[in-house]
Ligand binder design. Structure first.
Ligand SMILES: [Fe+2]
Length: 366
């Protein structure tokens, strides 16, 4: 059995209206907050209204930074942190999918370290202000992870910053997902399933992470019919949110693996949404385990309710839209870039060669 450390310090509030019911805990974090969101979704789904009410009842002043783009850049994070310093912010509240939550974590680092620049986020770990996370998609799990993945233009890909920033509080309310489109719901659900799967087959997978993963597969299975129909009840939304959260708890212990590492190039170069990029690579990735981890594959399939790996692969195709086209030259370029920064390869429990990476891309995308 693999040695492990288990650490998950985020206090989770789960349930309808949990922000309003528990918002007074925010007063333990300071007197002024910066709410970090994308341009519009937090306004549409009601999360912004709830957090503003909770802050006002708790007597906490707040400012809004609502300019986080999808796959946020280091530059956006620098802008938010500069504003937070200027206004004397004590803590951050990230509301949204992974992008605003991850941006809030990175801003919390730079706000606490005025002498540092955005590029320093990839240097030595640094101190940070507290962060609160409110997910409004069921996919990223960022509300319970230490990771903040930003677009790093200097490396032409996405990469997680060096400092680990676990949110202090996470508020999980499925009602914020009611306004999500079917496309975003399905793509983010595939991201959640990728987290569960990549953690399960990760070199660092251990008894504690597997408890989270197996419960996550079980929750995810309940939502499979709705993901296929692209029609979701509120109990589906809640189950998906829990599956996503369990995926976050799992990858907080193990990290992600090859589909994430390889998929970041698809997002950076072709603008393919993150969950979808993972989903395109997942079938060929799972094929790599058929021989050595057959029993574990069977356990995963049975928890998800599939009778074969082929059926799971067909599910990925069914819930995602038509694949984009790629050329062999592009795939060779992605392969070369994966091999130039090989840290992610250590997540795979067996030796990985350049040929394996090329084949994984080729089987998935050509
Ligand atoms: Fe992800």
């Amino acid at each position: 059995m693999v040695d492990f450390t288990y650490f998950m310090p985020t206090k989770i509030f789960y349930g309808k209206d949990c922000v309003i019911k528990n918002g007074t805990v925010l007063s333990t974090l300071g007197k002024k907050a910066m709410i970090v969101t994308g341009h519009s979704s937090a306004k549409k789904n009601g999360a912004l209204t709830d957090i503003r009410s909770a802050l006002e009842w708790a007597g906490i002043a707040w400012i809004l930074f609502d300019a986080v783009e999808e796959n946020p850049s280091v530059q956006t994070v620098e802008q938010g942190a500069a504003l937070a310093r200027e206004k004397g912010v004590d803590f951050f509240i990230g509301i949204g999918g992974g992008s605003p939550m991850d941006a809030a974590k990175a801003m919390a680092c730079l706000a606490a370290n005025p002498q540092k620049s955005g590029e320093d986020l990839y240097g030595a770990a640094m101190s940070h202000l507290p962060v609160v996370a409110i997910p409004t998609t069921a996919g990223t799990g960022s509300e319970v992870t230490q990771f903040s993945v930003l677009t790093r233009r200097s490396m032409r890909t996405k990469a997680s910053i060096s400092t680990h920033v676990f949110p202090v509080f996470a508020f999980l309310d499925g009602k914020y997902m009611d306004t999500l489109s079917a496309r975003v719901t399905n793509e983010t659900a595939v991201d959640a399933l990728s987290h569960l799967t990549e953690s399960y087959f990760h070199a660092q997978s251990n008894i504690m992470s597997e408890i989270a993963v197996e419960s996550g597969f079980f929750m995810f299975a309940k939502c499979i019919p709705s993901l296929r129909k692209r029609n979701y009840t509120s109990s589906d939304r809640q189950a998906l949110l829990l599956a996503s959260n369990l995926g976050g708890i799992a990858i907080a212990q193990t990290g992600t693996s090859l589909p994430h590492g390889l998929g970041y190039f698809l997002t950076y170069e072709k603008g393919i949404p993150h969950g979808r990029a993972n989903g395109l690579l997942m079938g060929a990735y799972l094929d790599l385990f058929m021989e050595k981890e057959g029993e574990k594959i069977q356990k995963m399939l049975s928890l998800l309710g599939f009778s074969s790996l082929e059926e799971l692969k067909a599910f990925f195709k069914e819930v995602l839209d038509t694949p984009e086209t790629f050329s062999d030259a592009q795939i060779k370029d992605f392969t070369k870039r994966v091999m130039e920064a090989p840290a992610k390869l250590a997540s795979f429990p067996y030796p990985v060669t350049e040929e394996v990476i090329y084949e994984l891309y080729a089987k998935s995308l050509l």
